[in-house]
Design a protein around this ligand. Structure first.
Ligand SMILES: NC(=O)c1ccc[n+]([C@@H]2O[C@H](COP(=O)([O-])OP(=O)(O)OC[C@H]3O[C@@H](n4cnc5c(N)ncnc54)[C@H](OP(=O)(O)O)[C@@H]3O)[C@@H](O)[C@H]2O)c1
Length: 245
């Protein structure tokens, strides 16, 4: 068993566009990583190679977070390799547009099972380990400022992110004082023309700080929450002021 005295972070979706930046930055900030992928093993291997110089004991595992059996198997693998869990970031997520009148059961399941059910059961499994540790640990959920907006074409996605913000508060209350549970709600950080139906200029016009977010902006908030000892049950919107409009 590779027991490490260093802090350990378990992150799902660690090979996502933002997820990988979070993983690499946490490794650079002293965490050993256990991170999961689903359909992108090559990306996960690449990120593992990147973090090895800073976080040599890091591991990866495949896990479809829409399956509770997969989540349990991933945590079993985790406990075979690590004896502590300091930080859990359920970041795995699906995001695609769904015009409201035509949402299919398959699309609903793909979005809600990955985002909401996956986050819930990952938090539940993580909290089982964390609650019995003799030190304070932390969970940071990844939501979205769209939880506070009304997007016509993303209802299952935004409903799942809104529900995760609620779960964040419930977990914070249930597991205090051993586990601090907070959420980061990014504004737009990465752009995919297929998903963003507005032109770039229009998108930026609605952001008082006049630019989309950078992964470093999200990391500032994550590193703050990863250290803070008197913040729990909060959602931090990292959005350049977008919600002011
Ligand atoms: N990027 C942004 O601008 C932005 C804005 C607001 C909120 N967020 C939130 O920030 C978090 C990170 O975003 P991101 O940019 O890294 O997302 P992303 O690029 O879309 O990546 C999604 C990640 O989730 C994983 N995933 C998808 N379905 C899965 C499943 N069923 N089981 C397990 N893993 C699954 C993917 O793994 P595989 O590729 O291995 O399948 C991938 O690593 C997400 O929660 C997202 O909603 C991001």
């Amino acid at each position: 068993m590779a027991v490490s005295g260093k802090k350990v972070c378990f992150i799902t979706g660690g090979s996502g566009r933002l997820g990988k930046e979070i993983a690499v930055s946490l490794a650079q900030n002293g965490f050993t990583l256990f991170f999961t992928y689903n359909r992108s093993p090559e990306k996960a291997e690449e990120i593992l190679d990147t973090v090895r110089p800073f976080a040599p004991g890091s591991k990866i595992a495949r896990c479809d977070v829409s399956s509770v059996a997969d989540i349990e198997a991933a945590f079993k693998t985790f406990t075979e390799h690590f004896t502590r869990l300091d930080l859990l970031i359920p970041s795995a997520s699906n995001f695609f547009s769904t015009a409201l009148p035509d949402v299919t059961e398959h699309e609903w399941q793909s979005l809600v099972d990955t985002n909401l059910k996956g986050t819930f059961f990952t938090m539940q499994a993580g909290a089982r380990i964390m609650k019995s540790q003799p030190f304070v640990s932390r969970i940071i959920t990844m939501t979205d400022i769209s939880a506070n907006l009304v997007w016509k074409n993303f209802a299952p996605y935004t409903a799942s992110k809104t529900a995760i913000q609620h779960l964040t508060k419930v977990f914070a209350k249930v597991f205090a004082p051993q586990i601090l549970v907070n959420s980061i709600a990014p504004g737009t950080v990465t752009i995919n023309p297929e998903w963003n139906d507005k032109p770039f200029d229009e998108l930026v016009q609605n952001i008082p700080l006049e630019r989309i977010g950078a992964p470093a902006d999200i990391m500032e908030a994550i590193l703050f929450l990863a250290k803070s000892s008197y913040v729990t049950g909060q959602v931090i919107n990292v959005d350049g002021g977008r919600l002011l409009n």
